[in-house]
Design a protein around this ligand. Structure first.
Ligand SMILES: O=C(O)CCC(=O)C(=O)O
Ligand SMILES: [Fe+2]
Length: 328
C-alpha cells in the first residue's frame, strides 16, 4: 500500500468545504480527508443565515459590555451554564502544553435547555440556563435562534455526511444524538499587548473535549492550529465561513482515524475579539465505542467504551476552577 502523502505538513491554509450544491458523497469525501489529515477545516454555505450570525455577535457584544457586577450575578453554576470571568477559565488543559497562566478571555456559556419537567432535570450537567438582565429580543432570542439553526444543520447535514465519510449508514449517528449535549460559548478576548510573554494566551493550546466544534469568529483573527510537525497554521477569518474541528471524543470514536488537533488563540489585533464556538456533542447517556468501520483484524480498537456523560464530567472537574471549589 502507498504511504499517504502528508498534505498538511506544509500546507498554508485549511481546506474549505462547501455544503450548498455539493452532493453528500462529495462532502463526505472532503470531510474524511480534512479530519484524517489535520482535524480542522472551514465550512461554508451551511444554510445558517448571515442575519443569525450577526444576531449572535450583537448579543455577545451587548452581554460583554454589561458592568462586571451584572455578569458576576450569573456566574457559572454547577450545571456549567453562565458567566466565566477573565482569568478563571481553564486552569489546566489537556496534555498539549504546560499551562502556567489562566486564559485572557471571558465568556458566557449556554447549554441545551433542560426544563424542570424534563426527566433529566437535575442530573449532572442537566439543568437550566442562566440569562443576563437584558431584553429578550436583544439577547435570549437571537442566541437561541442561532443555537437552533446550528443544531438543525448538525442533525440534517453534518451527521449523515460524517457517517458516510466513515463508511457507515447515513443515519448511524442519529441514536446517539437524540438529546444532544450542546454548548454555545460567547467569547470575548481583550487585546493582548504585543510584548506580552510568549505563554500569554487568549486561549492556551488545547484540544476540545467532545464530538465536533463549529466556530464563527469576527474579523480580528488570532486562532492557530497545530500542524503535525509542531508548527502553527493560522485559521484567519474568511467571510461566510465557520472553523470546524474534530474533538477528543470523536477522535476516540474513530479509533484515531480523525484527529483532535491542538489549537490556540492570541489576540494581537489591537482590538477586542469575539468568537462563538458551538460544541455539538452526543447525548449524555451515549456509549462511545469505536465505530465498526474503524477497527478490525490488524487494527484493534484502542479505546474501551465510555459513557460520554461520565467522561465529560471528569474532564470538566479537572479543568475548571469553579468545580474544584464546589467539591473541596
Ligand atoms: O475563539 C476561538 O477562536 C477558539 C475558541 C476555542 O478553541 C474553544 O473555546 O474551545
Ligand atoms: Fe477549542
Amino acid at each position: 500500500m502507498d504511504t499517504p502523502v502528508d498534505l498538511y505538513a506544509t500546507r498554508e491554509a485549511l481546506p474549505v468545504i462547501r455544503f450548498a450544491d455539493a452532493s453528500e458523497e462529495t462532502v463526505a469525501r472532503q470531510l474524511d480527508q480534512a479530519f484524517s489529515q489535520i482535524g480542522f477545516c472551514y465550512f461554508a454555505d451551511i444554510g445558517v443565515d448571515e442575519a443569525l450570525v450577526e444576531g449572535v455577535f450583537a448579543a455577545s457584544r451587548r452581554f460583554h459590555a454589561l458592568p462586571r457586577a451584572a455578569k458576576d450575578a450569573i456566574a457559572m453554576n454547577s450545571f456549567h451554564r453562565g458567566y466565566m470571568a477573565p482569568k478563571t477559565s481553564l486552569i489546566e488543559t489537556s496534555t498539549v502544553a504546560q499551562v502556567t497562566r489562566p486564559n485572557d478571555s471571558e465568556s458566557f456559556m449556554l447549554m441545551h435547555e433542560v426544563p424542570p419537567d424534563d426527566p433529566r432535570y437535575g442530573r449532572p450537567l442537566d439543568g437550566p440556563n442562566l440569562w443576563p438582565e437584558l431584553p429578550t429580543a436583544e439577547f435570549r432570542q437571537p442566541v437561541e435562534a442561532y443555537e437552533q439553526a446550528m443544531e438543525a444543520f448538525c442533525r440534517r447535514r453534518l451527521l449523515p455526511a460524517m457517517a458516510l465519510a466513515l463508511g457507515l449508514p447515513r443515519d448511524w449517528f442519529a441514536p446517539h444524538f437524540r438529546q444532544p449535549t450542546t454548548f454555545l460559548r460567547l467569547l470575548h478576548y481583550p487585546p493582548q499587548a504585543r510584548d506580552a510573554p510568549e505563554d500569554a494566551f487568549g486561549s492556551a493550546p488545547h484540544t476540545d473535549y467532545g464530538f465536533i466544534t463549529i466556530l464563527c469568529q469576527d474579523q480580528r483573527g488570532g486562532l492557530e492550529v497545530r500542524r503535525r510537525d509542531g508548527t502553527w497554521l493560522s485559521a484567519p477569518p474568511l467571510p461566510g465561513t465557520w472553523v470546524v474541528n474534530v474533538a477528543d471524543m470523536l477522535s476516540r470514536w474513530t479509533n484515531g482515524r480523525w484527529q483532535s488537533t491542538p489549537h490556540r488563540v492570541k489576540n494581537l489585533s489591537g482590538g477586542d475579539r469575539y468568537s462563538c464556538p458551538y460544541f455539538f456533542d452526543m447525548s449524555m447517556d451515549s456509549i462511545v465505542e469505536v465505530v465498526p468501520s474503524c477497527h478490525g483484524p490488524g487494527n484493534p480498537a484502542r479505546f474501551p467504551p465510555v459513557r460520554y456523560g461520565d467522561y465529560l464530567i471528569e474532564r470538566l472537574d479537572r479543568n475548571y476552577a469553579y468545580r474544584k471549589q464546589a467539591t473541596s
